[in-house]
Write a protein that binds this ligand. Structure first.
Ligand SMILES: [Zn+2]
Length: 364
């Protein structure tokens, strides 16, 4: 069965694909690590990472989401190659189409953000962006600041719409190893199997401007991205590719960082605006950013990994090149703070009480 898009949705999708195919504004750059303290015991907040940009090339955002691009084009372009979708892809497409059905409403929910504390904004994002476009379940760092302000620990209600929050828990989001980079992630999105899929880093600003046309996030973003990618490679050694994304998001912008520990390639997007400054309505979301978030959240379905043009640049991240001992730790010994089964997570989120079984790992 093929999903059908209405004409309004088709025009939104077409414009998103056009924007994500122009490079400028939505492009991807390759990064090289000149020096980092990734071989030393360092928390994410104390991480140091000096990077250099590959000077010549800006890659299309869609160049690492070829499967996703094909499926979107298939939704709006009757001349596009017809693709048979897997059931997972079908579900993801339905989520995107229903998001577009309520495009204005989602924008209005997310637009009420300026006065929110970081944790309130985090919960709004989980409900109105990440759950709507990707993961149903998520873990919020139990040590987040301002936890008290959102009321009950179990986050029953979204701060903006007062609707019930389902599928989220607070827990231990520690990842890493005591001899290398390690620390807490703000949010971890979970897959249908209850396993960690992607970290979300909620920031007040994207600070470092770097290079000609691109914004590069803080060292912390790169550290979290590298650690999480190595962790995913360890626990899911059979993935088709290991280009794993990390989302860094403020109240206005989104930055995507990707690290592939097999190819040793570090890729970062330009910072993309969440809201459309050119629109008459300040709460209008940018469709290209929304589709980019959707592709990234569903990277296991739609991601095609590092593309050939990137490999042909010969520009590697050089992460800890020659530091074999530290790299062995990244490859073999990283730990994640929790292991949650999907069912127990559901019951915990719904009953709001009681003990649920979990395995807690991680060095303190
Ligand atoms: Zn809400």
């Amino acid at each position: 069965m093929n999903s059908m898009a209405a004409s309004y949705e088709k025009s939104l999708l077409k414009s998103a694909v056009e924007q994500l195919s122009v490079g400028e504004g939505t492009g991807l750059v390759l990064l090289k690590v000149i020096y980092s303290n990734g071989h030393l015991n360092s928390s994410f907040t104390e991480s140091f990472c000096e990077v250099e940009l590959e000077p010549d090339t800006l890659f299309y955002f869609l160049s690492i989401f070829r499967r996703g691009a094909l499926i979107i084009k298939n939704l709006y372009d009757s001349l596009a190659e017809n693709v048979e979708q897997s059931s997972g892809e079908e579900q993801a497409v339905q989520k995107l189409l229903s998001f577009l059905d309520n495009f204005g409403a989602h924008g209005r929910h997310l637009a009420s953000r300026k006065s929110r504390s970081e944790i309130e904004w985090t919960l709004q994002l989980c409900k109105h962006l990440f759950q709507e476009l990707g993961s149903d379940e998520f873990i919020v760092d139990e040590l987040s600041r301002d936890l008290g302000k959102v009321g009950s620990l179990e986050y029953r209600v979204c701060p903006c719409c007062q609707e019930r929050l389902i599928g989220g828990v607070t827990n231990n989001t520690y990842i890493g190893h005591r001899k290398v980079w390690n620390g807490r992630l703000d949010v971890v999105l979970l897959g249908p199997d209850g396993n960690a899929v992607m970290p979300i880093n909620v920031e007040s600003s994207l600070e470092i401007k770097y290079g000609r046309q691109s914004t590069v996030g803080k060292a912390q973003t790169i550290a979290q991205s590298v650690v999480f990618s190595y962790f995913i490679k360890k626990v899911h050694p059979n993935l088709r590719n290991f280009l794993i994304p990390t989302i860094t998001i403020t109240k206005d912008e989104v930055l995507f960082t990707f690290y592939d520990p097999v190819e040793d390639m570090l890729i970062q997007s330009e910072s993309m605006n969440l809201f459309d400054a050119a629109s008459d309505m300040p709460e209008q979301l940018r469709i290209d950013t929304v589709v980019a978030v959707w592709l990234v959240l569903n990277y296991r379905l739609f991601g095609s990994g590092v593309c050939l043009d990137m490999i042909e640049t010969g520009y590697k991240a050089n992460f800890l090149a020659g530091k074999t001992e530290a790299l062995n730790i990244y490859n073999n010994d990283l730990e994640f703070g929790v292991t949650i089964q999907s069912e127990s997570l559901q019951s915990f989120a719904c009953t709001n009480e009681g003990v649920y079984k979990r395995t807690v790992k991680g060095d303190k």
